[in-house]
Design a protein around this ligand. Structure first.
Ligand code: ZN
Length: 457
């Protein structure tokens, strides 16, 4: 049994002082007490917060984050970014993916993410390679200590109606039979703190008759396993859906499938009121990726209206243009402030601290989306936590909930000093034990990849 003492911190949605946590050998919180005296000889750590689940990641995209920020031949939209993404996807091998994912997962741990939902569509086509690519992701999680919810992605078509895939989409493809076989083979490989779920890339990339058999196969493996899908990210997708079925994407999904609290609707940017009300009623999570959505020019999800209906949400770093949980929730709030010309939009009512509410809500939503026992510091949850260095100037004068507000809105540079996953310290004094080795391998790898052509030169 491990005993930890903290000066103060966030327990559920409440601020507490003089906290003691008892952690089992299996890495779970078995007892939490507040207002306790620290025994002589024991160390009292500073401010403790629940770690943040990152509910949406495409690890390989880390390698070109920041390399597509210029205009090419008048094309600078989501779809031109996607063409660049295909160029990098075509070069990925299991060894390369393992190095990239390991680097990214260390960056995530340092930023306070301890669980990652890997929305994994880079299968490299045939079965043996698909297993090796999933194996690379699992190995990267094991190498770094992060907890993984592995979400192999079914990808079959280039547009609604089962349209023939494009050349650049070849590394992503499976038939539904191949995909179900992959799930069955992967199931015993995803163990311990890791979880296996499934993802449908999008309504445009999956045949309508594939959803039912894949969900049925997943339910045999685990009836509560998570189900993720990209949906309604771009207006052109909404228009294509209307042209194909006469329904908007979210409306079509809700009409044709039993969406419930296992589901995570990633982006869901372009909704009408009836859709956000219906999503809220399902208990599903909306997976918001504010920095990626801003970077790709997607649009703004109507968070306050959705939350007012009881809607749940979490955050993901998606394309990894940013790997910083604080920046995701901060931008989420700022987008709403700019759109409404108001302040403290997501503060959970009068007197609520916006930073505290954003962090606690996103952590709980992310935990549900990834079907992981995290998201708050409470008995029975896994001991995934972060410790802040409050000696930095950003926290001067802050107490209680203001510490959370300072952490989210003004804590520059990153004030996270230590990070624990399942009772093990994986970041200490801001450093991961394997980061020098893994970051060096990453630099070598990136130098060997075909350089992305900057045509502005
Ligand atoms: Zn995505």
């Amino acid at each position: 049994m491990q005993k930890l003492y903290f000066r103060e911190g966030l327990l559920g949605t409440d601020w507490a002082r003089d906290i003691r946590m008892d952690i089992s050998a299996e890495g779970f919180l078995v007892s939490i007490e507040t207002d306790v005296a620290v025994p002589e000889g024991s160390l009292q750590l500073g401010v403790v917060l629940p770690a943040m689940p990152n509910l949406h990641s495409h690890a390989f995209q880390r390698v070109f984050a920041g390399l597509t920020e210029y205009t090419e031949a008048g094309q600078s939209n989501f779809w031109s970014w996607r063409t660049a993404m295909y160029q990098f996807a075509a070069q990925m091998t299991p060894d390369a993916l393992r190095v990239i994912a390991s680097t990214l997962y260390i960056e995530m741990l340092k930023a306070g993410y301890t669980t990652v939902g890997e929305f994994h569509y880079l299968h490299n086509s045939h079965q043996d390679m698909a297993l090796a690519m999933s194996g690379a992701v699992i190995a990267a999680a094991d190498d770094t200590g992060i907890a993984l919810t592995h979400l192999p992605v079914l990808y079959q078509a280039s547009d609604f109606g089962g349209k023939k895939p494009e050349t650049g989409q070849q590394p992503f493809l499976h038939t539904k039979e191949e995909f179900i076989r992959l799930l069955r083979i992967l199931s015993p490989c995803v163990q311990g703190r890791h979880m296996l779920g499934v993802a449908f890339h999008s309504l445009r990339a999956v045949r309508e008759d594939s959803f039912g058999p894949v969900i049925a196969a997943l339910e045999v493996i685990n009836p509560t396993a998570p189900i993720h899908i990209h949906i309604a990210e771009q207006m052109s997708e909404v228009e294509a859906s209307l042209a194909h079925s006469g329904k908007r994407p979210v409306a079509w999904l809700l009409d044709n499938h039993q969406v419930d609290d296992r589901w995570c609707l990633v982006h869901a940017t372009h909704l009408v009121e009836a859709e956000w009300q219906a999503v809220a009623a399902t208990g599903a999570i909306v997976g918001l990726c504010p920095t990626t959505e801003a970077n790709l020019g997607d649009g703004l999800f109507p968070v306050p209206e959705y939350v007012a209906c009881g809607g749940r949400w979490g955050i993901g770093s998606d394309s990894h243009i940013s790997v910083d949980a604080r920046e995701e929730v901060r931008l989420l709030e700022y987008g709403q402030r700019l759109a409404r010309q108001e302040r403290t939009v997501l503060s959970a009512g009068q007197g609520g601290h916006t930073g505290l509410n954003l962090w606690a809500t996103a952590a709980q939503g992310g935990a549900q989306a990834l079907a992981q026992p995290v998201g708050s510091l409470a008995v029975g949850k896994r001991a995934d936590l972060i410790v802040l260095d409050t000696a930095t100037p950003a926290f001067a004068g802050a107490c209680h909930g203001q510490i959370m507000d300072a952490f989210v809105f003004s804590g520059q540079p990153n004030p996270i000093s230590d990070v624990m996953v399942a009772g093990n310290w994986v970041i200490q004094k801001g450093k991961h034990a394997a980061e020098d080795t893994i970051f060096a391998a990453y630099s070598t790898l990136v130098a060997t990849l075909t350089k992305y052509k900057d045509t502005t030169q």
